[in-house]
Design a protein around this ligand. Structure first.
Ligand code: ATP
Length: 368
């Protein structure tokens, strides 16, 4: 049976449009190569440019169209020179997470052989863990609600039972899936600050309760400061981690650093009914319009999207196409000669795109 998917696309701001077109081409090439799966890509308005023309950064019509699609591909939004009247930056991507109930921010940290990484230990070449960031509450629940007076500023962190149950259940199921597939040792770690804040003791108690349903997993706890240390000291021992929104925001950039930089770090924000796939990086206005952006994170986010669609719709072809994108990225970097501009090399968007497309054609066609 052949599947056709409708994909909503937010090309966004800054380097967004430069990496979105190549990503669509890579995904289409992978689907064509595998066969039995196809997609149409519908561009939607949101971001700083949209705010200038329409007065809103995330029009309702775009949210409705995105919600009606099978999956959402987003590059990067925002521009530090375009702000709301109170001086805050536009963050429509965060609003989208909240409006679509995307509670689980999935940040895989997997090194790509051939890409320069900061850790010299040989074990760092096989780092493969997943950070799950709660994405709709935590400290981010305070966005737009902060109270600032002349002498004091307050932002309130919110951890709910429902929000925590959702993200923790997702995490435990993911750890179990990785264990069953031989991709991970079956270790789930709750990352918090339960020794200091009762809100995190609450988060941890929900994690522990939900973990009782997974007798085959090893259940761990770590304080966020200790985890920051372990992510540098022994990241090869990590498997699946879950944490609060703000902690996850910070640790996911640390994870991107382990992989060689933001240009290599994909992500997904997943809820019960919708999912957004976007690179971990922002709109990089400092390099926009120069063809320098590394599109790898965007390609890998697209691969995650195809794999997610494959699982959700029982489409082996979509799963295989996602795997083919990942394999083509790995093959493109494997010999160490493709060095992106953000790693101090010469390879801009076009060169990375060309190499990935070339390798995709020469790789063995996966069976769907
Ligand atoms: P946000 O807050 O929206 O996540 P940010 O302020 O953290 O964004 P980014 O836009 O991610 O910042 O950029 C941080 C730095 O990383 C910039 O110097 C930018 O040029 C660089 N960078 C980000 N993404 C890429 C990429 N895909 N290729 C090359 N360099 C990138």
């Amino acid at each position: 049976m052949s599947h056709h998917f409708s994909i909503a696309v937010f090309e966004g701001d800054g380097i967004g449009p430069e990496i979105t077109g190549p990503c669509q081409e890579v995904l289409e090439a992978a689907m064509n190569r595998v066969g039995g799966v196809s997609a149409s890509f519908a561009p939607l308005a949101a971001g700083a440019k949209t705010y200038l023309t329409e007065g809103v950064a995330l029009p309702d019509a775009s949210v409705e169209a995105a919600a009606a699609s099978d999956a959402i591909l987003l590059s990067a939004m925002g521009d530090p020179t375009i702000r709301y009247p109170d001086g805050t930056e536009l963050i429509p991507q965060i609003e989208l997470r909240i409006r679509l109930g995307l509670y689980a921010g999935i940040r895989p940290v997997r090194t790509i052989p051939g890409v320069r990484i900061p850790l010299g230990d040989p074990r760092a070449k096989s780092i493969d863990f997943v950070l799950v960031r709660e994405s709709t509450e935590g400290l981010f629940a305070s966005i737009g609600k902060g109270e600032v007076s002349e002498d004091e500023a307050r932002e309130t962190l919110v951890i709910t039972k429902k929000g925590t149950e959702d993200v923790v259940r997702y995490t435990l199921a993911l750890a179990e899936r990785r264990r069953a597939a031989g991709e991970g040792p079956g270790r789930a770690t709750c990352v918090d600050k339960a020794n200091v804040f009762s809100a995190f003791a609450f988060f941890r108690s929900i994690f522990d309760k939900e973990a009782e349903a997974y007798p085959d997993l090893r259940i761990n706890h770590a304080y966020v400061d200790a985890m920051a240390l372990d992510m540098v000291r022994r990241p090869w021992d990590l498997d699946v981690l879950v944490t609060e929104n703000m902690f996850g925001d910070i640790l996911s950039d640390l994870g991107a650093g382990l992989m060689g930089g933001l240009g290599f770090a994909p992500s997904a924000d997943i809820g019960d009914d919708h999912a957004v796939f976007q690179p971990c990086h922002g709109s990089a206005p400092d390099i926009a319009g120069k063809g320098l952006a590394n599109p790898t994170a965007m390609f890998l986010s697209g691969a995650m999207m195809l794999e997610w669609l494959g699982e959700r719709h029982a489409s082996e072809a979509a799963r295989a196409a996602g795997g083919l994108v990942r394999d083509a990225v790995n093959a493109a970097f494997a010999d160490g000669t493709l060095v992106t501009v953000d790693q101090g090399g010469e390879a801009g968007t076009r060169m990375v795109f060309d190499r990935v497309m070339d390798r995709m054609q020469t790789l063995e066609r996966p069976a769907a």
